[in-house]
Write a protein that binds this ligand. Structure first.
Ligand SMILES: CC(C)(COP(=O)(O)OP(=O)(O)OC[C@H]1O[C@@H](n2cnc3c(N)ncnc32)[C@H](O)[C@@H]1OP(=O)(O)O)[C@@H](O)C(=O)NCCC(=O)NCCS
Length: 179
């Protein structure tokens, strides 16, 4: 279940506080992307690149009304990760895409699935989306497992920037009942 908090745009899940990414999150984004277990998938980021990335996400919120959230632990305030929806060109089409990245110390506790559920609730209940897609490198088993846990169906592999990705789709009418 997702609830709105008193702060504009901020949502609460059972364990997480989700804040729309803005320019002020650049430091936290940098610490996340510099986690070696994350860098293995996302590569090396410089400070200016991260600032541009935070600004791009903030623009997404302003222009499309949707983009990624930073996720903080409600009980401790710690940065857990980032994730959620964005509009992106995936396999040649503009689509609503969902993703997740967690600091290594928070893997294995269901936080990515929790962020994913909040994103799907927003997509289907607020944005009236017909479908949401998710994609990851074909060998990213942990991310594929999150997609499968959320009810996504594997559609196909596709190439992006010379790399092979697995594409998953969740249609509105295939969505698992909330619970
Ligand atoms: C991909 C990534 C976010 C997945 O994180 P994760 O912790 O494996 O996924 P979840 O948060 O959904 O947790 C699932 C695990 O928690 C367990 N779990 C515990 N409580 C749970 C709960 N309430 N709900 C769901 N799972 C729960 C599950 O059994 C599962 O355990 P397992 O890994 O031993 O099978 C993480 O590996 C990551 O940040 N990787 C680097 C960045 C990346 O690759 N991102 C994806 C790019 S497309």
């Amino acid at each position: 279940m997702t609830a709105m908090s008193d702060s504009p745009g901020v949502r609460l899940t059972p364990r997480l506080r989700l804040e729309p990414v803005s320019e002020r999150h650049a430091d936290d984004l940098l610490s996340l992307y510099r986690d070696p277990a994350v860098a293995e998938w996302f590569g090396a980021w410089t400070r200016p690149q991260i600032e541009a990335e935070a600004a791009r996400m903030a623009r997404g919120w302003r222009d499309d009304g949707v983009h990624k959230w930073m996720a903080y632990h409600r009980a401790t305030g710690e940065l857990v990760g980032r994730g959620g929806l964005s509009r992106a060109t995936v396999d040649g089409r503009s689509r609503l895409e969902i993703g997740w990245v967690l600091h290594r110390r928070f893997w294995g506790e269901g936080y990515a699935t929790e962020i994913g559920r909040a994103g799907l609730a927003m997509a289907f209940d607020e944005l009236a989306a017909g479908e949401v897609v998710s994609f990851t490198e074909v060998h990213n088993g942990r991310s594929r497992a999150v997609m499968e846990r959320l009810g996504f169906r594997y559609e196909k592999d596709f190439t992006r920037d010379g790399e092979l990705f697995a594409l998953y789709v969740l249609a509105r009418d295939q969505r698992a009942p909330a619970g």
